[in-house]
Design a protein around this ligand. Structure first.
Ligand code: ADP
Length: 275
């Protein structure tokens, strides 16, 4: 059952702020028992909080999504027009900062593999569990958080539904999703399906393996170089270890014939969009 948490969430000073996302600001907090938490203080729309009943319903749905590779929603909080979601705290922050930031690390292959596998398992769970069948719509390195043991967990699933798509367009984003990760059918026509998530996952896969940001690093390449690059990345990937990874990944589940083809398409579309 989703707990409604009344205290421990009210110190919104800049010192405690750990991030800012498309749906609100994120603060570090502590529960009364000393457990660290992340509090997402959602944006208001026209000065008003999301309708209380809808907020509670959607939050209850998010809380039902429990998987070891999903950031767990611990509770929620309503204070006047404020709407807050309380998540488990992820010690090692976002994968984005880990692989691209100033302090980026060259992750060992084994860790990369675990991260990729974990993300694919969580995505599969979101897509296939008949209780919710959630399409994430914004799979990217910034939405993968790492716990103290470097286990990856996807965040921001279901948050979009709290706002409803119309309001999202008005306030923070043109569309849910991130340029460079969006599948062509979604970017151009707004049509989304689990496959759109799989596309974004492919882009993310390439970023994790190559350590480079797809949008900024690859889009200026000529098409021939681009394909060559994909081949190199793919060969590297194959040499390390494959069968386990592919067998467990969504790539198979959605019967894309070859992961290589899938990543190729991803990169080509990114390039086309950038032109
Ligand atoms: P976005 O909408 O851009 O994906 P989020 O609102 O999910 O961003 O989060 C913004 C930042 O706040 C993250 O990049 C991360 O650094 C931090 N953050 C979010 N949730 C947590 C959490 N549960 N534990 C630790 N840090 C978090």
């Amino acid at each position: 059952k989703l707990s409604v948490i009344a205290s421990a969430t009210n110190n919104f000073s800049d010192d405690n702020k750990i991030g800012q996302g498309g749906f609100g600001s994120v603060y570090k907090g502590k529960m009364e028992d000393g457990v660290n938490i992340a509090v997402k203080r959602l944006f208001k729309v026209d000065g008003q909080g999301i309708h209380e009943k809808m907020f509670m319903n959607e939050a209850a749905l998010i809380a039902k999504c429990q998987h070891k590779n999903l950031v767990r929603l611990l509770g929620c909080c309503i204070e006047g027009e404020e709407r807050m979601l309380i998540f488990e705290f992820m010690q090692n922050g976002s994968l984005d900062a880990m692989i691209f930031g100033e302090n980026r690390l060259k992750l060992e292959w084994k860790i990369c593999e675990e991260i990729i596998l974990g993300i694919s398992k969580a995505l599969l769970y979101l897509h296939q569990d008949s209780r919710f069948k959630i399409i994430h719509r914004d799979i990217k390195a910034g939405n993968v958080l790492l716990d103290e043991a470097m286990n990856p967990k996807i965040t921001d699933f279901g948050t979009a539904r709290l706002f409803g798509s119309d309001q999202i367009e008005d306030c923070t984003r043109i569309k849910i999703g991130t340029h460079g990760y969006m599948s062509p059918e979604y970017a151009m026509n707004g049509i989304f399906s689990p496959k759109s998530d799989v596309f974004s996952f492919g882009v993310l896969l390439l970023e994790i393996i190559s350590g480079k940001k797809v949008l900024s690093s690859f889009c200026n390449l000529q098409e021939s170089n681009l394909l060559e690059l994909v081949r190199i990345v793919w060969r590297l990937y194959n040499e390390e270890k494959t069968s386990e990874l592919i067998n467990n990944c969504l790539i198979d589940t959605y019967s894309t014939p070859q992961a290589l083809r899938f990543i190729e398409i991803g990169l080509l579309c990114v390039q086309e969009e950038a032109v």
